[in-house]
Design a protein around this ligand. Structure first.
Ligand SMILES: [Zn+2]
Length: 301
C-alpha cells in the first residue's frame, strides 16, 4: 500500500476544526462567548461559534455546517436573555441532549435594578430585545468574571480528568478580567459626565458598570431605520451640544452620520462583538479595551 493516500487523508484532517480525541466539543453563539470558552478550554477540546464575526446575533439563518456542529456538540454555551431568539428552535431539535449553559440565566449577575436607569431614553418599546433588559451582558467584565467558573464547571463535568485544568484556567482568566475591569474603571471615570448617543442600544451593561452618560439610542433593530420621532429627539440632543459624540456600530455608520451631520458632534464607532478582532482567547479582553479606546478617543478631547 502506497503511503500517499494516507498522507492526503491526514492533510485533510489537519484542516478540519481541531477536535481533540478526549476533550469536549463546544458550540457557542458569538465571538466574545467563544473567546471566554476558548480561554478555559485551551487545547483540551474544540470550540466553534454560530454567528461569525461581523454579523448581527439578533437574526441569523443557520448554515448546514452550523447545524451539524450543533448536532455534534457536547456542550452549548450561549448568552440567551433574548439575544438570539432564532436559536431556540435549532437548539431543541438539533442538540436536545447537549449540555446547555445559558449565561444570562446564571444567578447573581450584577444587572441594574431597572435597566432603563442605566441609559435614560433607551428603554423603548420598539426594542428587538426583551423589553427593559439588554442581552449584551458580556460587555460588563464583572459579569464575564461570574461566567468563567460556570463554564469551567460544565467542562469539568464533561471531562473529569481535566477538571482541575479547566478550573485553574478559569481562575486565572477571572483575575485577568477583573484587573482589566479595574483599569477601565480608572480610565473611564473622567468621561462620566460626557453625554453621547449610540446607534444600537447594546451598551447598557458597559455603561452601568462604568457610569457613562448615554443619552439615547437610535434603534435596536439593525435592519430597520429608527422612527422619525426618535431621530428628531436624538437630533435635538446633538444640536444642543448635550451629546458630544454619536457612536455607530462597525459597518453601519449611516444613521450616526445623519444624526451628527452639520453639528459639532463627533462620530465614533463602538463594536460590541469584536467584529474586527481575530477570534480566540484574546478577543474578549481586546473587545472591552477597544470600547474604552473608542470612548476616550471621541469624548476625551
Ligand atoms: Zn445587539
Amino acid at each position: 500500500m502506497k503511503p500517499a493516500p494516507v498522507l492526503a487523508a491526514l492533510a485533510v484532517l489537519a484542516f478540519l476544526p481541531a477536535r481533540a480525541a478526549s476533550g469536549p466539543g463546544v458550540v457557542t453563539d458569538i465571538p466574545p462567548v467563544h473567546s471566554l470558552v476558548a480561554r478555559v478550554l485551551g487545547g483540551e477540546g474544540a470550540v466553534t461559534m454560530l454567528v461569525p464575526a461581523g454579523q448581527s446575533p439578533h437574526d441569523h439563518a443557520l448554515r448546514p455546517s452550523e447545524a451539524r456542529a450543533l448536532g455534534a456538540a457536547d456542550l452549548v454555551v450561549i448568552v440567551g436573555g433574548g439575544l438570539t431568539p432564532w436559536l431556540d428552535r435549532p437548539l431543541a431539535t438539533l442538540a436536545p441532549r447537549a449540555y446547555l449553559v445559558v449565561l444570562a440565566d446564571i444567578p447573581g449577575l450584577p444587572v441594574p435594578q431597572r435597566e432603563q436607569d442605566a441609559a435614560p431614553g433607551t428603554g423603548a418599546p420598539d426594542s428587538d430585545h426583551e423589553e427593559g433588559s439588554d442581552p449584551h451582558l458580556w460587555l460588563n467584565p464583572q459579569i464575564a468574571a461570574i461566567w468563567l467558573p460556570v463554564i469551567a464547571d460544565a467542562l469539568a463535568d464533561l471531562d473529569p480528568p481535566n477538571a482541575q485544568v479547566y478550573r485553574d484556567r478559569a481562575e486565572a482568566a477571572v483575575r485577568e478580567v477583573l484587573d482589566l475591569d479595574a483599569a477601565l474603571a480608572a480610565r473611564l471615570r473622567p468621561l462620566s459626565a460626557k453625554g453621547y448617543i449610540v446607534a444600537h442600544d447594546a451598551f447598557r451593561h458597559f455603561e452601568h458598570r462604568y457610569h457613562l452618560d448615554n443619552l439615547g439610542a437610535a434603534t435596536t433593530v439593525h435592519d430597520l431605520p429608527p422612527g422619525a420621532a426618535r431621530l428628531s429627539t436624538l437630533r435635538k440632543l446633538v444640536e444642543s451640544g448635550d451629546a458630544l459624540c454619536v457612536f455607530a456600530e462597525p459597518g453601519e455608520t449611516a444613521i450616526a452620520e445623519q444624526l451628527a451631520a452639520g453639528t459639532g458632534a463627533r462620530l465614533g464607532v463602538l463594536d460590541p462583538l469584536g467584529a474586527g478582532i481575530e477570534p480566540g482567547p484574546d478577543l474578549y479582553p481586546r473587545l472591552v479595551a477597544n470600547l474604552a479606546d473608542s470612548l476616550e478617543a471621541c469624548l476625551g478631547r
